[in-house]
Write a protein that binds this ligand. Structure first.
Ligand SMILES: Nc1ncnc2c1ncn2[C@@H]1O[C@H](COP(=O)(O)OP(=O)(O)OP(=O)(O)O)[C@@H](O)[C@H]1O
Length: 255
């Protein structure tokens, strides 16, 4: 069965004031008794136990900095938990930022292979989809020029067409339900809806509560790295809206 299980999952980021700080520098500073750059620890995910099973469509809501994107990236395997466990059963497609991960000097066509490979597809699977990807992106002859010459919107079109070409078991979406200019958006939204309807398990992060209510049956409300409420979509959204009528929740603290 496709599922996601988080058990007492925690994730902390260590952030240094000096961006270029390294272990070598730490060692030299220690030898020369120089003060070390200040380290701050951000507890992005504090202690989350969550089970999502096949058939569920789960929305994650919460104020800025509450840990939504971080927990989604943990589910995608981008950030392993620093404590506890995160177990995923099923192949995952993570839709985070359509224009990320391109090779600037390669053509659009070559990037279809490159990105497809990074998404875990075999060369033959990419070959089977490439015509459809190019057609969907509407890039025509631009597909054979280096993508450093593309406009921002052209990159998004290509990224969207590649990212949504193959159906996953588990679909993780972070704030990207539509892409491109007005003429592409309707087509992109329809393709996204189709993909969502076919996926066996969906987790969607968004501030668009209307979209969350339309697409999700269950909602998890997060604040300061913890789950505040987890339940039927309409109930959790109503509680969140009620709580956030007049005040914004404080940002998570850095220790
Ligand atoms: N790469 C990183 N390095 C250091 N800290 C990070 C990193 N990514 C996220 N954080 C911290 O983790 C916390 C949660 O961030 P996250 O992006 O998950 O919040 P969010 O709920 O998605 O916020 P938003 O609604 O603003 O997108 C924040 O305090 C943020 O500063």
């Amino acid at each position: 069965m496709r599922q996601i299980n988080l058990s007492n999952a925690k994730l902390t980021f260590d952030v240094y004031d000096d961006k270029s700080f390294s272990f070598k520098q730490a060692f030299i500073s220690w030898m020369l008794r120089r003060p070390q750059p200040r380290r701050r620890r951000i507890e992005a995910i504090k202690d989350v136990t969550l089970s999502i099973v096949e058939g569920e469509r789960v929305g994650i809501i919460g104020n800025n900095g509450s840990g939504k994107s971080t927990i989604l990236r943990m589910m995608a395997g981008v950030y392993p938990p620093t404590a506890g466990r995160c177990e995923i059963d099923g192949n995952v497609n993570a839709l985070f930022d359509f224009s990320l991960g391109f090779e600037q000097n390669a053509t659009g066509r070559d990037n279809v292979y490159y990105r497809g490979y990074l998404q875990g597809q075999s060369p033959s699977s990419i070959r089977n989809h490439i015509d459809e990807i190019i057609e969907f992106s509407e890039l025509d002859e631009f597909i054979d020029i280096p993508i450093r010459c593309y406009s921002a919107g052209m990159l998004v079109r290509l990224g969207f067409a590649i990212s949504t070409a193959v159906d996953p078991d588990i679909l993780l979406i972070d704030e990207c339900l539509a892409a491109g200019d007005a003429s592409f958006q309707a087509k992109a939204a329809a393709r996204m809806d189709e993909m969502i309807s076919r996926a066996q398990l969906i987790v969607l992060v968004s501030h668009d509560l209307g979209a969350i209510e339309r697409l999700c049956t269950r909602v998890v409300w997060m604040e300061r790295g913890n789950v505040v409420l987890d339940g039927p979509a309409a109930d959790v959204i109503a509680a969140y809206q009620d709580e956030n009528k007049f005040t914004a929740a404080p940002m998570p603290e850095a220790a």
